[in-house]
Design a protein around this ligand. Structure first.
Ligand SMILES: C[S@@+](CC[C@H](N)C(=O)[O-])C[C@H]1O[C@@H](n2cnc3c(N)ncnc32)[C@H](O)[C@@H]1O
Length: 208
């Protein structure tokens, strides 16, 4: 594990799993679609794709993607979040691990998609972001996708201020052999305009 605590752990003390899951249950009960990320990814994938849900949390997205026929591995460092995922989908693969050291988990590489949704990138431990992007790129097959969703202002983050700019993020991706394919403002596919507070980015692995 990395010596530095990630921002999510700083924020929650590693105890947020049940509350986080309840928040989405309430949204679903109120009629909101809580599967926007999964639908977005599914539209870009071949059937029965191999997916790494990086920072899978309570498994909300990976469980939906599995229902849609994909093969998902969830990785998260927060045991309270993973406990919910394991309870809801015991047959799925849930790994406790730090994305900074993804290579220590012994994963079979060649994933079609690495997904870091729900502000995973802005919530990493400060300074670890380039290494996490590099690790995610490494597990992809050539042509495989990295899809991320991240807040770029306080309104779209559970943090007082943004921690990552798109310029920095795109630079880390380029360094990791990833090329930007498309960028949106929402998981519904609204167009991203410079200065927007949220970005859904689709990068692909351009190097073998
Ligand atoms: C806001 S939650 C999002 C969970 C899920 N992706 C979703 O959208 O529902 C952010 C997650 O990132 C995870 N995370 C942050 N840094 C991490 C790291 N270095 N390794 C693994 N998981 C990490 C946290 O533990 C947390 O579960």
């Amino acid at each position: 594990m990395s010596s530095q605590r990630d921002r999510w752990a700083e924020l929650t003390g590693g105890q947020a799993g049940e509350d986080y899951a309840r928040r989405f249950e309430r949204l679903a009960e109120s009629g909101q679609d809580i599967h926007g990320e999964a639908s977005f990814c599914d539209a870009l994938l071949v059937p029965a794709a191999r997916i790494l849900d990086a920072g899978c949390g309570t498994g909300r997205i990976a469980i939906r993607l599995a229902e849609l026929g994909h093969h998902c591995t969830g990785v998260d460092v927060d045991r309270s979040m993973l406990a919910v995922a394991r309870r809801h989908a015991p047959a799925q693969e849930w790994l406790h691990g730090d994305l900074t050291h993804l290579d220590s988990l012994g994963l079979e590489t060649g994933f079609d998609l690495a997904l870091a949704a729900g502000n995973v990138i802005p919530l990493l431990a400060p300074g670890t972001e380039p290494e996490v992007v590099r690790q995610l790129a490494t597990v992809l097959r050539p042509g495989g996708l990295l899809i991320t969703g991240m807040g770029l202002d306080a309104e779209h983050l559970p943090l007082p201020e943004p921690t990552v700019t798109l310029t920095e993020f795109d630079h880390w991706c380029t360094e990791a052999g990833l090329t930007l394919r498309e960028r949106f403002a929402t998981w519904a596919g609204d167009p991203y305009r410079p200065g927007g507070g949220y970005a859904v980015s689709v990068h692909f692995r351009s190097t073998a």
